[in-house]
Design a binder for this molecule. Structure first.
Ligand code: ADP
Ligand code: MG
Length: 448
């Protein structure tokens, strides 16, 4: 890195450290670097797509503000994922430190998640229209609004679009976007710190409460109880509540009936996977947002290979763009075809392919997943591979034991349970593993 870059990067880093907690900084910025800068944009290298996604979601606005302030002109931020040979092993999120606590700042809204940037289609028409209605007349149109649909179809985008829209209102509103896990974590830590009164006051005096991924409250009785009272309080004052879930209220079997019945009081709207035309429109929108021209042939190829998840669609586009940026030329259609095999032509998903994908993702060697090293990072990556293999194939614990270096079936079961339990309390790890699984599904066909 040239010297002038070095001092700029140091300045950016210290400004960031002042803004966010130590844990968040270490989690997200520890392995980042400044790669290039021009008049209008700065490119930061990141070790992997998770970090990139996390930074994109959480810190883009903060980074843009910080960098613009330091440079004295508006600057855009790009993230580039380092090529494999340049990177060090990546630690899974779970060894990076504790879950967020109530001391952390509220979750910021992603400024790109607006109605303007949301592409409408038949698949999301009702969810979109009702979100607009709610944003224009909070507490009046539909209360609560309950949006459901499978992962990567735009639920978070719509919830935040409502928040972003209302925050431009002339009369200021007290808006809170949170996830159900975060709600639960904050509640628990308020009990531990004797601050439940503050916690309640914070949630019960909101004008707009947007709670994402409500399905994570399944089985969490205490949090459901708290949410029930929060709901009643807000609803009684005609304050707007918007919820999202990966399934419809009827299918939320681990939630108290009285809570689920309240979710149905307003409007329940679903989001389905987008059809071809909508996929094309979304890809164009995403390329436009990044200010990058992408050939129609590339866009069409991506739209034809990925159909059920907009995040995966976007992920493929970002890969194609990153590839082009690193090579300095547009990615060849044939290379992209290899990266994204056709749905019917994907090889069957095996335990071996899972090992391969997990190893690549965390930048370790596949044989280390079979080996006996007890290095902490390796052990955890191995456990993740075992967990995913058990979830995505029908291999038994004994047969997984054979695949993972002749381990005993009880060891395998222990690894599986370890990750399964951790997932319930570690939302970041949860999204990380979901992302690996989605990535796997774009390359392989799962049996059965
Ligand atoms: P979910 O919360 O349902 O898992 P997200 O809201 O996080 O999904 O969406 C995943 C990604 O796909 C986001 O980057 C989002 O902007 C994008 N996305 C989803 N649906 C649309 C759409 N209709 N138009 C534009 N972008 C979309
Ligand atoms: Mg979401």
């Amino acid at each position: 890195m040239p010297d002038n870059h070095l001092s700029l990067w140091t300045a950016i880093q210290s400004a960031l450290r002042e803004e966010i907690s130590h844990t968040s900084y270490e989690t997200w910025f520890a392995n980042t670097n400044l790669s290039s800068i021009d008049d209008t944009a700065l490119t930061i290298t990141v070790p992997n797509s998770f970090t990139k996604g996390g930074l994109e979601k959480r810190y883009r606005p903060l980074l843009e503000q910080t960098v613009s302030a330091i440079c004295g002109r508006p600057m855009a931020i790009n993230f580039a994922v380092l090529e494999k040979k340049e990177r060090a092993p990546v630690e899974p999120t779970l060894i990076k430190g504790p879950a967020p606590t109530s001391r952390e700042k509220p979750l910021p809204l992603n400024p790109n998640y607006t109605f303007t940037h949301f592409v409408r289609g038949n698949n999301n028409h009702l969810a979109y229209a009702s979100s607009i209605a709610v944003a224009e007349a909070p507490g009046k149109a539909y209360n609560p609004l309950f949006i459901y649909g499978s992962v990567g179809l735009g639920k978070t985008h719509l919830l935040q679009a409502i928040g972003n829209h209302i925050s431009t209102d002339t009369s200021p509103k007290n808006i809170m976007y949170t996830t159900s896990e975060r709600f639960s974590i904050e509640m628990i830590s308020s009990i531990r710190n004797n601050t439940t009164a503050d916690f309640r006051a914070k949630f019960r005096t909101l004008d707009i409460l947007l709670i994402d991924d409500i399905q994570f409250l399944e089985g969490k009785e205490g949090t459901q109880e708290e949410l029930f009272h929060t709901f009643n309080e807000l609803y009684g004052q005609e304050k707007q509540i918007v919820l999202s879930s990966d399934r419809s209220p009827d299918k939320l079997s681990g939630l108290q009936e009285r809570l689920v019945s309240r979710f149905r009081w307003g409007l329940v709207a679903d989001i389905q996977p987008p059809v071809w035309e909508t996929r094309i429109a979304i890809l164009h929108e995403k390329a436009r947002l990044r200010g990058i021209e992408v050939d129609d042939s590339i866009i069409e190829l991506i739209a034809s290979r990925i159909s059920s998840n907009v995040r995966a669609l976007e992920g493929a586009l970002i890969k194609a763009i990153a590839h082009s940026e690193l090579q300095g030329t547009q990615i060849a259609v044939s290379d992209l075809e290899n990266m994204l095999p056709e749905e019917g032509k994907r090889p069957p998903l095996t335990v071996e392919s899972i090992k391969e994908e997990v190893a690549t993702q965390y930048n370790v060697k596949r044989r280390d997943l079979e080996g006996s090293s007890r290095k902490k990072e390796l052990v955890q990556v191995r456990q993740i591979a075992i967990y995913i293999a058990r979830e995505m194939t029908d291999s038994s614990f004994p047969s997984l034991g054979k695949s993972f270096g002749n381990r005993d079936h009880s060891t395998i079961m222990h690894s599986y349970m370890k990750i399964k339990n951790l997932l319930e309390d570690t939302p970041l790890l949860y999204s990380e593993i979901k992302e690996i699984q989605e990535n796997i599904l774009t390359k392989y066909t799962r049996r059965g």
